[in-house]
Design a protein around this ligand. Structure first.
Ligand SMILES: [Zn+2]
Length: 316
């Protein structure tokens, strides 16, 4: 054994009885510039009432046990923490991920994790992602109701060829149908799993990035990349099995959501036009303040023409 004393770059940590998400543990570690790479997994006990976090940390320089313990202690009391020098990265990573197939990780590769993680990743990449697109392709297109002010505002945004859109409110008011209709035939990229590799499917070809059922809270680990990409800035993406790559996109981002919490995050909300649709768009008679009263629709007949063209080209 190379090290028995408490000093080194590699640490294994177990935090017992946590009542916070692994994202939060992840975030905490991310604040420390000495941390080079890490992984956090979750293990449930007693019918999901108790959970533990298993953590792997690699520091860029030697630190001692007390340093790690002090850092982790900010998350919880000392009694709940077990910190040890990690003697085998390979065994510890496999152990951490033996039951949690979706760990949060930074610079830890999939092939370092358990077989379960590798299998899930494979299924997601090769099957689920593809089926998700096929399901979208097969959805029935519904003609938008051009009388509704919200419909017109969304179309106005779409036609303007610039800016990002956040359309939200309760399910069943026609958000997805409206977006579906206009996105037919466009080069749309739909993100799936949230992790640092998620962006690698995004190319310069894509004109739109569409997050369905968006919850900002689910993207906390990727928020800085998300905001930079929305700003058209180059973003470095970790390649899963290859070198890091730089991604730039000119795509417009569309977020559809059933929740409001997202717009309360100013860094996000100032980058999007917010459309809070408060009634069913497809059966709306229009007029009388519908659409928020500040609708700027210069050419409603153009909208109708657009519908006809799209109908001929891409609708069943
Ligand atoms: Zn309306």
């Amino acid at each position: 054994m190379p090290r028995v004393t408490g000093k080194g770059k590699l640490y294994s940590v177990t935090i017992t009885h946590v009542d916070w998400s692994k994202d939060q543990t992840f975030y905490w570690l991310d604040q420390d510039e000495c941390v080079k790479r890490y992984l956090v997994s979750e293990e449930f006990h007693d019918d999901f009432l108790a959970r533990h976090h298993h953590v792997f940390i690699e520091y860029s320089e030697d630190v001692n046990l007390e340093y790690v313990r002090t850092c982790i202690r900010c998350l919880c009391d000392d009694l709940s923490i077990d910190v040890a020098v990690c003697k085998s990265v390979r065994s510890w990573l496999k152990y951490c991920t033996k039951n949690d197939f979706n760990p949060v990780r930074k610079a830890v590769r999939i092939d370092e994790c358990s077989f379960g993680v590798q299998l899930c990743d494979h299924v997601e990449n090769h099957y689920l992602g593809r089926y998700r697109n096929e399901i979208v392709e097969q959805r029935d297109a519904v003609l938008p109701n051009v009388l509704c002010g919200f419909t017109m505002r969304f179309n106005y945004w779409f036609d303007s060829k610039k800016g990002h859109m956040y359309m939200w409110r309760v399910p069943g008011i026609g958000k997805t149908e409206l977006a579906d209709f206009l996105m037919k035939g466009e080069k749309v990229w739909r993100p799936s799993t949230v992790n640092q590799y998620m962006w690698s499917g995004l190319t310069e070809e894509h004109e739109y990035v569409w997050f369905e059922d968006f919850r900002l809270v689910n993207y906390r680990s990727e928020i800085s990349r998300l905001l930079s990409l929305m700003d058209g800035k180059p973003v470095s993406i970790q390649g899963k099995y290859k070198e890091d790559q730089l991604i730039v996109t000119k795509a417009r981002f569309l977020f559809t959501s059933n929740e409001q919490d997202d717009v309360n995050y100013p860094e996000f909300s100032r980058r999007v036009e917010v459309l809070g649709v408060d009634h069913q768009m497809f059966c709306c008679p229009g007029g009388g303040g519908c659409g928020g009263g500040d609708v700027t629709v210069s050419n409603p007949s153009g909208l109708m023409r657009e519908h006809m063209n799209r109908e001929n080209i891409s609708l069943v």
